[in-house]
Design a protein around this ligand. Structure first.
Ligand SMILES: [Zn+2]
Length: 136
């Protein structure tokens, strides 16, 4: 742990939704994938913040800029989840499969926006279901 004092650069900034049902499992998953060091930020709806909410989007952008400047991150991980209240929840979709398709479309659009503004960053798209977490 004392090594952390001297560690200033790592690869990943993860952007997720605020929904408390998914935080621990998502953070555990990212921790396992990254070896435990990453930046993490939430805004309501994750991709919804980027696509539909200019103020939330600007906060995400500010965090991306700071992560780049202070920690030299190389990747942004965009993380949407099932039953996201910001999008009206699962009830807005016919079934889990169509809900996932909806989020894949949002993740693709949000990734394009981030890539347009930060072309040096690789954007990974991740979807959290009730029992799974997968890279899209
Ligand atoms: Zn949500």
């Amino acid at each position: 742990m004392s090594d952390l004092k001297h560690l200033h650069h790592w690869d990943v900034l993860a952007l997720a939704c605020i929904d408390g049902r998914f935080i621990k499992r998502t953070v555990d998953w990212i921790s396992e994938k990254t070896g435990g060091t990453f930046d993490f930020r939430t805004e309501v709806g994750c991709t919804k913040a980027i696509l539909d909410c200019p103020n939330d989007c600007q906060r995400f952008f500010n965090v991306i800029e700071t992560s780049l400047r202070l920690h030299s991150v190389k990747e942004v991980w965009l993380i949407d989840h099932i039953d996201c209240g910001a999008y009206g929840g699962s009830k807005e979709h016919e079934d889990a499969e169509s809900e996932k398709e909806f989020h894949i479309e949002k993740l693709n659009k949000a990734a394009k926006i981030i890539n347009g503004k930060f072309p040096e960053l690789k954007v990974k798209k991740i979807y959290v279901g009730w029992n799974s977490i997968e890279e899209i």
